[in-house]
Design a protein around this ligand. Structure first.
Ligand code: CA
Length: 226
């Protein structure tokens, strides 16, 4: 089955890059739908209900990649991988704050992008964890199987990465974890990221879960949940 791994929407206005990404993802077993603008990307996501979206930050017209991330996040938890320019540190941080799950810096190797995509889908599509697990920390309840988080009983939408980070913290509640441990645990040991990435996601978790989340910053060390 050619589209056995599901559909990925690639939003990129540079046809050379779009075709290259398209080719590698197809070769890996995904079905690919391309869109060359933010508006077209949004429509494609609504129409195709993809498993993941690859979004270039630099898009033409009124809606750039960051706008698209914001729009997608207002209505969906679909995993997002952003493509940013090498000097696009601000874009990268903003993209993660807006809910992107990962990023790849241009120029990138298509293989690396496919590896990132697969890693995210492995995490988000995981059925390997304990089937009945509901982790509770204070007023936060994490349904590991359904990937749902409730704060004081109210469902709170999280990105895939935020969910993984929260789950990892909850699995080690009461322990102080360093940013490196959190990167290894929630992003995977091969992930090349800096501490700032963890801080960005922690900030998002605090914002979304508010006072239900008993997450302490341990200065000079890392974070502790519960
Ligand atoms: Ca572009």
């Amino acid at each position: 089955m050619a589209d056995g791994l599901g559909t990925i929407v690639v939003v990129e206005d540079d046809p050379n890059i779009a075709d290259l990404v398209d080719m590698y993802l197809r070769r890996d077993g995904f079905r690919v739908v391309q869109a060359s603008s933010g508006e077209a990307g949004l429509q494609a996501v609504e129409r195709e209900r993809p498993r993941l979206v690859v979004v270039d930050i630099g898009l033409p017209d009124r809606m750039d990649g960051l706008d698209l991330c914001r729009s997608l996040r207002s209505s969906s938890n679909v995993p997002i991988v952003i493509l940013t320019a090498r000097d696009g540190e601000v874009d990268r941080v903003l993209g993660l704050e807006l809910g992107a799950d990962d990023y790849v810096t241009k120029p990138f190797s298509p293989r690396e992008l496919v590896a990132r995509v697969r890693a995210i889908l492995r995490r988000t599509g995981s059925t390997e964890r304990a089937a009945t697990a509901i982790l509770e920390v204070g007023d936060v309840a994490i349904d590991v199987e359904r990937r749902e988080v409730r704060a004081a009983g109210t469902l709170v939408p999280l990105t895939a990465r935020e969910f993984d980070l929260l789950t990892f913290l909850a699995e080690h509640q009461g322990l102080v974890l360093s940013r490196r441990q959190l990167l290894d645990g929630a992003w995977g040991p091969g992930w090349v990221g800096d501490d700032r990435t963890v801080d960005v996601h922690v900030r998002q978790l605090r914002k979304k879960l508010g006072s239900a989340l008993s997450l302490s910053t341990v200065w000079g060390v890392g974070y502790r949940l519960g």
